[in-house]
Design a protein around this ligand. Sequence first.
Ligand SMILES: *[C@@H]1O[C@H](CO)[C@@H](O)[C@H](O)[C@H]1NC(C)=O
Ligand SMILES: *[C@@H]1O[C@H](CO)[C@@H](O)[C@H](O)[C@H]1NC(C)=O
Ligand SMILES: *[C@@H]1O[C@H](CO)[C@@H](O)[C@H](O)[C@H]1NC(C)=O
Ligand SMILES: *[C@@H]1O[C@H](CO)[C@@H](O)[C@H](O)[C@H]1NC(C)=O
Ligand SMILES: *[C@@H]1O[C@H](CO)[C@@H](O)[C@H](O)[C@H]1NC(C)=O
Ligand SMILES: *[C@@H]1O[C@H](CO)[C@@H](O)[C@H](O)[C@H]1NC(C)=O
Length: 360
Amino acid sequence: MRFSFMENQWRHIFVFYLLFSFFLLTGIQVVQCSPNYYHHHRLGGLSKLFVFGDSYADTGNDQKPVARSWKVPYGITFPGKPAGRFSDGRVLTDYVASFLGIKTPVAWKKTNRLRYGINFAFGGTGVFDTVVPPDPNVTMTRQIDIFQQLIQNGVYSKFDLNSSAALVALAGNDYITYFAKNVSSEGLSNFTASIISQLVINMKRIHDMGVKKVAVTAIEPIGCLPVISVLSSYQQCNETYNKISIFHNLLLQQAVEKLNNETSESTFMILDLYNAFISIFERQKEHPGSLKFGNPLKPCCVGLTRKDLCGDKDENGVPKYIVCENPESAFFWDDVHPSHEGWHAIYSTLQHSLQQLYIR
Ligand SMILES: *[C@@H]1O[C@H](CO)[C@@H](O)[C@H](O)[C@H]1NC(C)=O
Ligand SMILES: *[C@@H]1O[C@H](CO)[C@@H](O)[C@H](O)[C@H]1NC(C)=O
Ligand SMILES: *[C@@H]1O[C@H](CO)[C@@H](O)[C@H](O)[C@H]1NC(C)=O
Ligand SMILES: *[C@@H]1O[C@H](CO)[C@@H](O)[C@H](O)[C@H]1NC(C)=O
Ligand SMILES: *[C@@H]1O[C@H](CO)[C@@H](O)[C@H](O)[C@H]1NC(C)=O
Ligand SMILES: *[C@@H]1O[C@H](CO)[C@@H](O)[C@H](O)[C@H]1NC(C)=O
């Protein structure tokens, strides 16, 4: 199989950014008022969340105004204007924080509020350097370096770290970079192995610094992302691409088992985005009448032409995208990112795994 002729699609995927944000305070308040959050009352005493990774977790770290997460119509559902999230509303970080019963940790550039941890995730990053703008330089390693520096500066005590969890989110920017470099698919499984071994180094480092629990995402079904499924008019996922995700997740699972063997059994855990996405799609297929998500593969915000992305405008400021009428009935917000409701549905299916955060 060859991927080079998919270049155009992969260019679109360059929009996998992970961010941290400025309007977060507003966001935090809304999260707090929301009645279905906060069931857990810090059962496990995990009172801080440190977040590493890409656009699935970024809440405002990517550069303003370059990143599309800072452009209209991002943030229209929550907080009502662009807030540095690659969604119309909340993203994974917000939901994991709400599960822990804490406010969403702030982006690291705004380090005056450290109480709930810090989000170091940047849209566009990977475990290696990526070609994905706007911050290709902030690899996960670099994010962990920044964290380590803060700890060395005494910003967090051993006690703080011992009551904290880490979220490590990796959606696929390393793969986009791999394909953009036009490398043959024969080297792909070796590349996956190198991603996983770097990811293991990263997770170990975070744990060795004293963070008690480390949750890592299994990669989503890449072949179901709208940027790929558009080729079938959003009718089906591409199994060729999904196989990349499946192999990645298999190696990840083996690696996490090994890590837990070496530490304590429940230190490292996987948040299985692959099966969360697929089970939501399947449920929709079985109950098409419920129409929670209509056609779940079809995104809410789409460019007018194949070259345009959600958030793009022409030189006169005229939008080069269209937004669906009901974002709450779209699973995907744009060509690669779930919507606010999409993340909510994913969160619901992950609740059971998240309970592992409370196993001592
Ligand atoms: C990337 O980061 C390194 C180290 O932080 C720095 O030396 C380098 O100049 C940066 N490159 C770019 C393109 O920003
Ligand atoms: C971390 O917390 C556990 C209880 O959850 C305790 O047994 C352990 O001694 C603590 N370790 C440190 C370094 O504070
Ligand atoms: C990518 O690979 C194809 C087929 O091997 C080749 O024709 C093309 O020139 C390559 N493109 C780049 C940018 O290297
Ligand atoms: C993948 O790695 C194996 C073992 O390290 C090596 O023998 C093989 O040549 C590599 N394959 C490719 C396509 O790079
Ligand atoms: C899936 O993607 C591969 C690789 O780009 C392509 O060859 C294949 O035709 C696609 N399959 C479908 C069903 O679109
Ligand atoms: C975990 O440890 C047990 C016993 O030490 C060993 O039999 C098993 O193969 C290990 N599993 C992994 C995934 O390393």
